[in-house]
Write a protein that binds this ligand. Structure first.
Ligand code: OKS
Ligand code: MG
Ligand code: ZN
Length: 348
């Protein structure tokens, strides 16, 4: 057994995010992004004795505001109270946006602000969302601190997830971009270059957008073709970065039915790009919605493939923070996520 097993950071405050609604197919369904996801992963971490489980420290808003705008953070803090004060009977759901030719100004009204600060309507807000999103960022920052203090790697069991959140937009179940916050924290602590590798089924649009004009943070995402799937409007292979950041964003897209034998070729391309970049730290935005039985995705990875993924990531030899993103087959999410950690630690 590894003399220094990987630590997991987990906050029970994740359960403060417990919305009842997700707009899907014209219905308000039970959300896919539900509390049992994190509990199932935690149970597997314990069952496998992966390593110590820590509660997060409180880092305050400063490291969040290195990535997100102050007005967006303030909106999230009061959104639910503002919604209640406006006399709304249900959960807060954005339903109006500034379309082409309209003005991108911040309205006073809560319906207007919900639209201004979002890019999609599946992500409802209710009581506790703010507290859970804050705790999730603290989980990520605590894992970052463990690695900065000398751990080889750490698992941030974040919930809610983060990779869709832009500097001032929520959506795709995400509010604070935990992976971006970790990368920026490394930069602010003197790590010269950081790579973010997003292996979630979906494009990490928020992460890409946050670092799009920067060469100090390399962003790579492997994902389902956005011509066919969420987030629909970003994540194509011709998005290479802009200005100083040109050449520091890489998107690798795949069609429905993609198995590990194909997906892993893109992983190899991604790893080779990271090796050329020579970062001082690696952040892995870890979604396991690439699983063959995921209810909302279309890749065909099997549970044992997550061991191989972990092994390949370990070969990069970098200080590594894993932030939990998607994965909605709750029966398998624990095995699949922890397989990545165990593969990283050498299990095959
Ligand atoms: C809309 C589907 C919304 C999917 C959100 C994606 C969440 C996710 N009917 N991102 O990584 O897993
Ligand atoms: Mg991805
Ligand atoms: Zn996803």
């Amino acid at each position: 057994k590894d003399p220094r097993p990987m630590k997991t950071v987990f906050s029970p405050l994740h359960s403060r995010r417990h919305v009842r609604t997700e707009l899907d197919g014209g219905l308000l369904i039970e959300p896919h992004e539900k509390p049992s996801r994190a509990e199932t992963i935690l149970a597997r971490v314990k069952d496998q004795a992966l390593g110590e489980i820590l509660e997060p420290e409180e880092f305050g808003l400063a490291p969040i505001q290195r990535v997100h705008t102050p007005d967006y953070v303030a909106f999230l803090e009061t959104c639910w109270q503002d919604w209640l004060a406006a006399g709304k009977p249900g959960e807060a759901i954005p339903a109006v946006w500034a379309g082409r030719g309209m003005r991108h100004r911040i309205p006073k009204d809560i319906d207007g602000r919900l639209g201004y600060y979002s890019f999609a309507a599946e992500t409802s807000i209710s009581e506790g969302t703010w507290e859970a999103a804050r705790a999730s960022a603290n989980v990520a920052l605590t894992a970052q601190k463990l690695v900065a203090d000398g751990e080889r790697a750490a698992f941030a069991l974040c919930r809610p997830p983060g990779h869709h959140a832009h500097a001032d937009l929520f959506g795709g179940y995400c509010f604070f971009n935990n992976a971006a916050i970790v990368a920026q924290a490394f930069r602010d602590q003197g790590y010269g270059k950081v790579a973010i590798l997003d292996v979630d089924f979906h494009h990490g649009n928020g992460t890409q957008a946050i670092f799009y004009d920067r060469a100090d943070v390399l962003t790579i995402s492997l994902h389902g073709d956005p011509d066919l799937v969420f987030p629909h409007f970003l994540g194509f292979e011709d998005e290479l970065g802009e200005g100083t950041g040109e050449g520091y964003n890489l998107n690798i897209v795949y069609p429905p039915g993609t198995p590990y034998s194909t997906w892993s070729q893109g992983l190899e391309t991604a790893c080779e790009r990271i090796e050329v970049f020579k970062p001082d730290a690696l952040v892995v935005a870890l979604g396991v919605d690439t699983f063959e039985h995921d209810p909302i995705s279309f890749f065909k990875l099997a549970s044992e493939d997550y061991l191989s993924l972990g092994q390949r990531l370990a070969q990069l030899g970098l200080p590594t923070v894993f932030t939990m993103e998607g994965g909605y087959d709750v029966d398998a999410i624990g095995v699949n996520a922890v397989n990545v950690m165990q593969g990283f630690e050498g299990k095959s």
